[in-house]
Each structure stands twice: as structure tokens, then as C-alpha cells.
Design a protein around this ligand. Structure first.
Ligand SMILES: Cc1cc2nc3c(=O)[nH]c(=O)nc-3n(C[C@H](O)[C@H](O)[C@H](O)COP(=O)(O)O)c2cc1C
Length: 172
């Protein structure tokens, strides 16, 4: 499936809405609730069995997803602000909590995400930070150098505030 061309059209989640999706260990979508499907603009059939990066917006810095996967692989939960790309090119901001799902023996069997409407003030702060991170990634190139550069900026930002990433996102 070809990537939609991003537009400036914004979709906004309702205050009482929750977007839920599940993936397997590789990030392939195995479940999406009705709001997940509606916001994405895709049909359920188009989403199931498809990598979750189908919703990846080009304005998202790669370092955020690296942090997400590193945290999940360490069997921890993570919260993140994410700008998503819908099928028609419009975008929608979410505040996501993503957790590993465990079986009875404690093995990770997949991942689970619940998202809600973020506060506009938080989106304002995060989109400024993401623009800075993305610029650093673009300047340094696609490979590890780009990731290193944006990770350094993210870490410096947190150090200046004297807080962890989790404290930062939860405090916005
Ligand atoms: C449960 C779960 C939910 C995810 N939700 C999103 C999402 O809503 N939007 C998104 O761009 N990536 C989401 N991701 C991350 C994607 O799997 C992917 O890492 C990301 O889109 C970046 O694409 P890339 O890894 O191909 O660079 C999610 C991952 C998991 C495990």
C-alpha cells in the first residue's frame, strides 16, 4: 500500500474516546477497536495483519519509536505523544500508553496500546520538541548518526529539566 501524502487536515479525538490496538511481538496489528479503525481511515481488513507503522507520520522523529521499542523490549510500559497519519493524509495527535502483554509464565506475547486525546498545551510543547529532534535526524542523515544526534538532544533537554522521560511526558 502506498503512503498517503500528509495534509494539514487534523482529526481530533473526542474527550471520552479511547483508541485501543494490539500487536504481535513484531508490531503487526492483531486488534483495533472501533475508534482506532475510524480515526485511521482504514478498514479493519486493511489494518489487521499490517505493521503498525502504517500510521507513522513523517513528522515523528525516529528516536521516539526507538525509545518505545527499547522500553517495550525491556518489558516496561511507556507513554508517548504520537502524531499519526490517517489514510486520507490527515493527522491526529494521541497520548499513548503502550504495554507488553504477558502470558501466565511471564513471557511477552504481544503489545497493547490505549490512547486518548492529548491536551492542546502538551501537543504544543511536544510538537516543538519533535521538530527539533526531526531536524537533527535529517541533518545527521538516515543512519545511526541521526538517531545519536536526536537522542543527545532529548537527553540534554531532560537533563536541563532534571527529570526522566516518564516524568516529562506525564507532567505535560
Ligand atoms: C502496541 C503498539 C502500538 C503502536 N502504535 C503506533 C501508532 O499509533 N503510530 C505509530 O506511528 N507507531 C505506532 N507504533 C510503533 C510502530 O510499530 C513503529 O515502530 C513506528 O510507526 C515507526 O515505524 P518504523 O519502526 O518502521 O520506523 C506502535 C507499536 C506498538 C507495539
Amino acid at each position: 500500500m502506498s503512503r498517503p501524502e500528509p495534509t494539514q487536515n487534523e482529526r481530533v479525538l473526542g474527550v471520552d474516546d479511547f483508541i485501543v490496538s494490539k500487536t504481535d511481538l513484531k508490531g503487526i496489528i492483531t486488534y483495533g477497536n472501533r475508534i482506532f479503525i475510524a480515526m485511521s481511515g482504514y478498514s479493519e481488513a486493511e489494518l489487521l495483519g499490517t505493521p503498525h507503522n502504517i500510521l507513522r507520520h513523517p513528522d515523528m522523529p525516529r528516536v521516539v519509536f526507538k525509545l518505545l521499542w527499547d522500553t517495550l523490549q525491556a518489558q516496561q510500559e511507556i507513554c508517548a505523544y504520537v502524531k499519526n497519519l490517517a489514510k486520507d493524509g490527515s493527522f491526529y495527535w494521541v497520548f499513548a500508553n503502550i504495554t507488553p502483554s504477558f502470558d501466565r509464565r511471564g513471557n511477552v506475547i504481544g503489545y497493547y496500546s490505549v490512547r486518548r486525546k492529548p491536551r492542546p498545551e502538551a501537543v504544543q510543547v511536544v510538537s516543538g520538541l519533535y521538530r527539533t529532534l526531526l531536524d537533527a535526524e535529517r541533518r545527521a542523515g538516515d543512519g545511526q548518526a541521526g538517531m545519536k544526534a536526536s537522542l543527545a538532544i532529548l537527553n540534554r533537554t531532560l537533563e536541563e529539566k532534571g527529570i526522566s522521560y516518564a516524568e516529562f511526558v506525564l507532567g505535560l
